[in-house]
Design a protein around this ligand. Structure first.
Ligand code: HEC
Length: 200
C-alpha cells in the first residue's frame, strides 16, 4: 500500500515537475522571442498598424454602406469606407423620443438621426471626395478635437471621436496612412443637417 502511494506520489511529482519545466521553458521562449512581427501589408509597419487599427476600431461599421446578407446587414466591401451613398435619399426620420428610442440609423447604417439632427458618415477613401485632399494634420486634429477638419463645427454623433481621441498621435497617423491606400470611390456624402433643418 505504502509503495503504491509512493509510486502515485512520484508520478504526480514527475508530472508536476514536467509541467513546471514546460512553463519555465515557455517563459524563457517568450522572454527570448523577438517582438511580434507586424501584420504584413506592403513593406510598411505603419500601414500594417493602420490596417489593424481600422479593423479593430470598427470604422467599417458606419463608413462602409451595409447591404443585407444571409445573416443580416453586412458591409458592402465593393464600396468600402465610401460613406453614405450620395444617391440614396433617406426619408424623414421619426422624431427622437427622449424616453424611448432616441436615435435611428438608416438601412445602410451611414445616416443617423437623433437629437443632434442628421449626420451622414463621410467618404474615408483616398478619392478627392473622400480624404484625398485632407492633410495628416487635419485628420489627426479632427479625431483629437472632434471638430470638422480639426477646425470647423463640432463633429456630430455617433462618430466615436471621444473614444478615438485617446489613441496616440502615431496610431492616428497610421490610420490616416492606411485610409490613403483604400481604393478610391467617388462619393460625396450629404452635408450634416442640424436639428432645425433635419425636422423640416
Ligand atoms: C458609430 C458610427 C461611426 C464609426 C464607428 C466611425 N465613424 Fe467616423 N463618422 C461617423 C459619422 C456619422 C460622421 C459624420 C459626423 C458629422 O457630420 O458631424 C463621421 C465623421 C468622420 C470623419 C469626418 C470628420 C470631419 O472632420 O468632418 C472622419 C475623418 C471619420 N469619421 C473617421 C472615422 C474613422 C477613421 C473611424 C474608425 C477609426 C470612424 N470614423 C468610425 C460615424 C462613425
Amino acid at each position: 500500500m505504502v509503495a503504491t502511494f509512493n509510486a502515485a506520489d512520484t508520478i504526480r511529482r514527475i508530472a508536476l515537475a514536467a509541467a513546471a519545466t514546460t512553463l519555465a521553458v515557455s517563459a524563457v521562449a517568450l522572454a527570448g522571442e523577438p517582438a511580434k512581427k507586424p501584420l504584413t501589408f506592403g513593406a510598411s509597419p505603419e500601414l500594417a498598424r493602420g490596417q489593424y487599427l481600422v479593423g479593430i476600431m470598427g470604422c467599417d461599421d458606419c463608413h462602409t454602406p451595409m447591404k443585407m446578407g444571409a445573416r443580416g446587414p453586412e458591409p458592402d466591401m465593393t464600396r468600402r469606407l465610401s460613406g453614405h451613398p450620395q444617391d440614396l435619399r433617406v426619408p424623414k426620420p421619426p422624431a427622437p423620443d427622449m424616453a424611448g428610442w432616441i436615435y435611428s440609423g438608416n438601412a445602410t447604417n451611414t445616416a443617423f438621426a437623433g437629437p443632434w439632427g442628421i449626420s451622414y458618415a463621410p467618404n474615408l477613401t483616398s478619392d478627392a471626395t473622400g480624404i484625398g485632399s485632407w492633410t495628416e494634420a487635419n485628420f489627426v486634429k479632427a479625431l483629437k478635437e472632434g471638430k470638422h477638419l480639426g477646425v470647423g463645427r463640432p463633429i456630430a454623433p455617433p462618430m466615436p471621436w471621444p473614444a478615438y481621441r485617446q489613441a496616440t498621435v502615431d496610431d492616428l497617423k497610421a490610420v490616416y496612412a492606411y485610409l490613403k491606400t483604400v481604393p478610391p470611390v467617388k462619393n460625396t456624402a450629404p452635408e450634416y443637417q442640424p436639428p432645425q433643418v433635419a425636422r423640416k
